[in-house]
Design a protein. Structure first.
Ligand SMILES: [Zn+2]
Length: 248
């Protein structure tokens, strides 16, 4: 119920941001044209003036999130028969995130149904901090191609694929891992390399920059509080974009 109310607020807020007048006629005021007293005349003028119609028309909406079931058709590339988790155990989380453009956006993540609370808890904090995320689409928008999704700096979670450089399933295949701002937080090999040209200036830690995750920072701590470990703490290879439930 709370979530439904929050979503309704989002819709209202975006309408008011679009510049539409939000003032509605007062109930019981039969004729808005009548000017019986100077007071009502003044109030009519005030409501006609856009600058005084709303106290904070540009205030961003509160964080909102919604968890829903996914159909097979919604995961045409990221799920297939033989994956370690049936798609019936996955959930779509639709949530607000703060963008690199300093504006609120709506993103989508698919995760296992057992971890939706973890995701909502962390992403509410990130949004309230105005911690910026470049974009958030399902990896299916990139035909399930991890490289392409990373190259456009896409934040995503579920993908039924092996771990990088391994024949074992990745934690992403279980819907229990997420990659955040992968350009600013690259996968870095033990010799300091990254497969992505646009990520080369982000291979060292600590480093400054929008959407960068650093050792011990509030993003790492927020995930740790719900039992998710950071790939930046791995020895040898570092995966600065990666958080997973219980590590790995
Ligand atoms: Zn990952």
């Amino acid at each position: 119920m709370k979530r439904a109310a929050a979503m309704a607020f989002v819709v209202l807020a975006s309408v008011s941001c679009a510049g539409k007048p939000v003032a509605s006629p007062a109930p019981g005021n039969a004729s808005p044209r009548s000017h019986e007293t100077p007071e009502s005349s003044a109030s009519a003028q005030a409501t006609a003036e856009p600058s005084t119609a709303s106290p904070s028309p540009t205030a961003p909406p509160e964080f909102s999130s919604k968890v829903s079931r996914v159909s097979r058709d919604q995961l045409p590339y990221s799920w297939r028969p033989g994956c370690p988790v049936p798609y019936q155990d996955l959930r779509l989380v639709t949530l607000t995130y703060w963008g690199f453009d300093d504006k609120p956006h709506t993103g989508e993540l698919v995760v296992r149904k057992t971890v939706t609370d973890d995701i909502e808890t962390v992403f509410k904090k990130l949004y309230d901090w105005r911690w910026p995320i470049k974009q958030m689409k399902l990896v299916d928008a990139y035909k399930g191609d991890d490289y392409d999704s990373i190259d456009v700096d896409n934040t995503s979670a579920f993908n039924c694929r092996p771990a990088t450089g391994s024949s074992n399933w990745s934690n992403h295949a279980y819907g229990e891992a997420i990659d955040i701002n992968p350009r600013e937080n690259p996968y870095v090999t033990a010799n300091g390399g990254t497969a992505h040209q646009n990520a080369k200036k982000f291979t060292k830690r600590p480093t400054d920059g929008k959407g960068v995750i650093n050792p011990g920072d509030r993003v790492v701590r927020a995930f740790a509080q719900v039992g998710w470990e950071w790939g930046g703490y791995w020895s040898g290879t570092k995966d600065y974009q990666h958080f997973s439930k219980g590590g790995g």
